[in-house]
Write a protein that binds this ligand. Structure first.
Ligand code: AMP
Ligand code: MN
Ligand code: MN
Length: 339
């Protein structure tokens, strides 16, 4: 089957395929607080590599959320890898910079092990030796599918299910503005290949653990709206009361992204290490990637994140003025060019 895929530099695709063919023991890394894209893609690639007779391994510094942990191969994830692990290739999946490996990537690997990056973040800084990055793609699943296709590998039902989990979560169930006809055709192809669309919708998109939903109650109680800016804070004490660990961000960013009056949304989760995890979302036409990047994070125009040091008040004092700046930019533009 020929995959319909996004525009990717043919050279990067060729280099990435050659690297996978040459190497035998690749390590696939998923980003911290993992989502369906970083996990689904790593699991699909693991299955592709097994087909090729390779010995892939998977690592993620945080546990796999319950609503993605049922995907085939998720039980093989480890939370750390020793410096001298028996690997000959490192693959960073769905991350914009090296710090997003969460410390799994070891300094001693630099220059000795090739690094392949497969990603779609607008803020990706091309940190790999080979970078398969499509910032226009709705999910890393698209450039990854192009790679699997370039390798000439058949797409099995399990691989398709993992890729469906990736694309359906990153598009919030095909609702984001980057859900192009190409994405919809891609989803159709995955279903034709035997991917379990209904199962992913049921088990992943429509499954919110009870504890998480109780967390949403806390966050929604604290929701604020000022003009076109909506935000909510989540104090550590509330997390402790509900038994919520730091690797769980309750998917609050996506919850708040739906506030009708808002164009920019922010969530602030207080962490046990004295930092605050910030999630930013925006409506099309507004860009929050630069805000996250200015605070040493990253992401996409419509969804970005960062961690800032200090308490909730300090984090709001840093982030909210930048969010208002973004809203003001658009206001200025619309005065200049009414549409
Ligand atoms: P989140 O709000 O954590 O769901 O993240 C939204 C998007 O921004 C995702 O695509 C993340 O991969 C990205 N992102 C979140 N936090 C960071 C960070 N600290 N550095 C770089 N990218 C991030
Ligand atoms: Mn991700
Ligand atoms: Mn992604």
């Amino acid at each position: 089957m020929t995959m319909i895929t996004s525009s990717l530099p043919a050279e990067a695709l060729h280099h990435a395929a050659a690297l996978l063919q040459q190497r035998r023991r690749p390590l696939l890394i998923s980003h911290p607080r993992p989502d369906g894209d970083t996990i689904g893609c790593a699991l699909a690639l693991r299955l592709a590599l097994l087909q090729m007779g390779k010995i892939p391994s998977l690592a993620c510094v945080h546990p796999i959320p319950e609503n993605i942990a049922y995907l085939p191969g998720a039980e093989t994830y480890v939370s750390d890898v020793p410096d001298d692990a028996d690997i000959d290739l490192v693959i960073a999946v769905d991350m914009s910079d090296l710090s997003r490996t969460g410390g799994i990537y070891k300094d001693s690997w630099r220059g000795t092990l090739p690094l392949l990056v497969i990603d779609h973040h607008a803020t990706n800084d091309a940190f790999g030796d080979v970078n398969l990055v499509d910032p226009d793609a709705a999910a890393t699943a698209l450039p990854l599918a192009a790679l699997i296709d370039a390798l000439g590998l058949p797409l099995t039902g399990d691989m398709a299910t993992c890729l469906l989990a990736a694309v359906l979560t990153d598009t919030r169930g095909l609702r984001t503005s980057n859900t192009t006809p190409e994405v919809l055709r891609f989803v159709g192809q995955l279903i034709e290949a035997g991917g379990d669309y209904a199962g992913v919708m049921e088990n992943t998109l429509d499954s919110v653990p009870y504890r998480q939903m109780r967390g949403w109650a806390v966050a929604l109680n604290r929701l604020q709206l000022d003009g076109e800016l909506a935000w909510a804070t989540f104090p550590l004490a509330e997390k402790i009361a509900l038994g919520i660990e730091d690797h769980d961000d309750l998917d609050l960013g996506n919850l708040l992204s739906r506030v009708a009056e808002a164009k920019v949304m922010a969530t602030f989760l207080e962490m046990r290490d004295g930092t605050v995890k910030v999630s930013l979302r925006s409506r099309p036409g507004y860009n929050v990637a630069w805000i996250a990047k200015a605070l040493a994070g990253g992401g996409h125009h419509q969804a970005a994140g960062c961690s800032v040091t200090g308490d909730l008040d300090a984090a709001q004092a840093r982030v909210l003025p930048l969010a208002r700046e973004e809203l003001a930019k658009r206001l200025q533009k619309s005065h200049a060019m009414p549409d």
